[in-house]
Design a protein around this ligand. Structure first.
Ligand SMILES: [Zn+2]
Length: 248
């Protein structure tokens, strides 16, 4: 592609949504053509950088200006409901501990958007590490985004965050969280052997706290790791809470 054939705003926006916000990492020929152009055209690289920044600001604003006390009440109720519904003594025991000893506070919390409109436009799928700190018990897991190369202001590549992949920062056991729009799933993986006792995870839709799901890690013999998979995640906002007080 020659320099004079600049990429249109809508193509750039579609490329950025696809690459950084959709949770879909497959690249097609069009994406590769755009990447080649961005690597040699400062004008388009600068525009791409600006669109990326604008979208990041939009999606940061979008969710969870909610009252965290209200969210905590919803978490508490969800845990109580799950405890009542469960017939499994181990599940009941863990939920009871989470409710009684920790008042529904978590050992780490994330927010997520699945295919959400931000400010009435641009669909976004992403995880968010900030904004739910008040839902955490003492010594929570800290999370950070994975970073990847992206076009920058001067046409060179720079490291930017991938909003769909998160890792733990302060655990001995490597922990990753990956949200995938195409598969409509959320995968939580712990790199630990079979003997490890690891936190269970609660997924709470912010609009329908009654349909919260609690899942325990399942050990994968072949891959030598633990995994929790939430499937068929509908469009909307969610919070993801890790069971409190686990030495990882
Ligand atoms: Zn250009």
């Amino acid at each position: 592609m020659k320099k004079k054939e600049h990429i249109s705003d809508s193509e750039l926006e579609a490329y950025i949504i696809q690459t950084y916000y959709s949770g879909d990492s497959n690249k097609d020929d069009q994406d590769i053509t755009i990447e080649e152009h961005l690597s040699e055209c400062d004008t388009c690289a600068q525009k791409a950088h600006q669109i990326y920044q604008d979208m990041k600001t939009l999606s940061d604003w979008n969710v969870f200006t909610d009252n965290q006390i209200l969210i905590n009440v919803n978490v508490y109720k969800a845990l109580e409901t799950l405890e009542h519904q469960s017939t499994d003594a181990q599940v009941k025991g863990r939920l009871h501990r989470w409710i009684k000893d920790f008042k529904g506070l978590a050992g780490g919390s994330l927010k997520l958007m699945m295919d959400m409109y931000s400010q009435g436009k641009r669909k976004a799928t992403r995880l968010m590490t900030e904004g739910l700190e008040k839902l955490n018990a003492l010594n929570p897991i800290h999370f950070d985004y994975e970073v990847e190369l992206a076009p920058s202001r001067n046409g060179k590549s720079e490291m930017v965050v991938n909003f769909n992949k998160i890792k733990s920062e302060n655990t001995q056991t490597p922990l990753t969280v990956h949200l995938d729009k195409k598969r409509k799933d959320l995968r939580i993986q712990y790199e630990a052997d079979e003997t490890k006792d690891l936190p269970w995870v609660l997924l709470l839709p912010s609009k329908a706290p009654g349909s919260a799901q609690l899942k325990e890690p399942v050990y994968d013999q072949k891959k030598n790791r633990w995994e929790i998979v939430f499937t068929d995640i509908d469009e909307g906002e969610y919070i993801l809470l890790f069971e409190p007080d686990y030495m990882m």
